[in-house]
Design a protein around this ligand. Structure first.
Ligand SMILES: [Zn+2]
Ligand SMILES: [Zn+2]
Length: 115
C-alpha cells in the first residue's frame, strides 16, 4: 500500500447499487433510507493502489458507533463495512479525522479538499 502525498483527495466516484442498498437496509434496520449516500466519492488522500473507500451512512446512534463504509476496486462497491471512526485529531485545531480507524494514507485534515 502506497499513497501519494500532497495531491489532494482521491475523488474516485462510484454509485451505490440497488442490491447493496437493499442489503444495507436489511442488515441495519435502524438506518434511515433517505440518509444513505448514493453518490460515492473516495475521500482518502490520492492513492495509486489499494481499494477506494466511501461513507455510506454516518448517522449511526452514539458517539462511538462509527460509520458504514464501502470499498471498491473495479467501479462497483459490493461490501458494507462497519468501521469505527479514526481517533486522530489535528495537532493544532483538534479537528477530528473524517476517515475510519486504520485507514490507508494520511488523515483527512492532512489532505486539502475542495469543499
Ligand atoms: Zn480512492
Ligand atoms: Zn485518520
Amino acid at each position: 500500500m502506497s499513497a501519494v502525498a500532497g495531491d489532494g483527495v482521491c475523488e474516485k466516484s462510484a454509485f451505490l447499487t440497488p442490491a447493496l442498498r437493499a442489503e444495507l437496509l436489511a442488515s441495519y434496520p435502524d438506518v434511515r433510507p433517505d440518509l444513505v449516500a448514493d453518490d460515492l466519492i473516495c475521500h482518502l488522500a490520492a492513492h495509486d493502489d489499494g481499494d477506494h473507500f466511501a461513507i455510506l451512512y454516518d448517522h449511526l446512534p452514539g458517539p462511538d458507533a462509527g460509520a458504514l463504509w464501502t470499498r471498491w476496486s473495479d467501479d462497483v462497491p459490493r461490501v458494507i463495512l462497519l468501521r469505527p471512526d479514526c481517533p486522530a485529531r489535528s495537532p493544532e485545531d483538534r479537528i477530528p479525522c473524517g476517515h475510519f480507524t486504520a485507514h490507508p494514507g494520511p488523515h483527512s485534515w492532512q489532505t486539502p479538499t475542495q469543499a
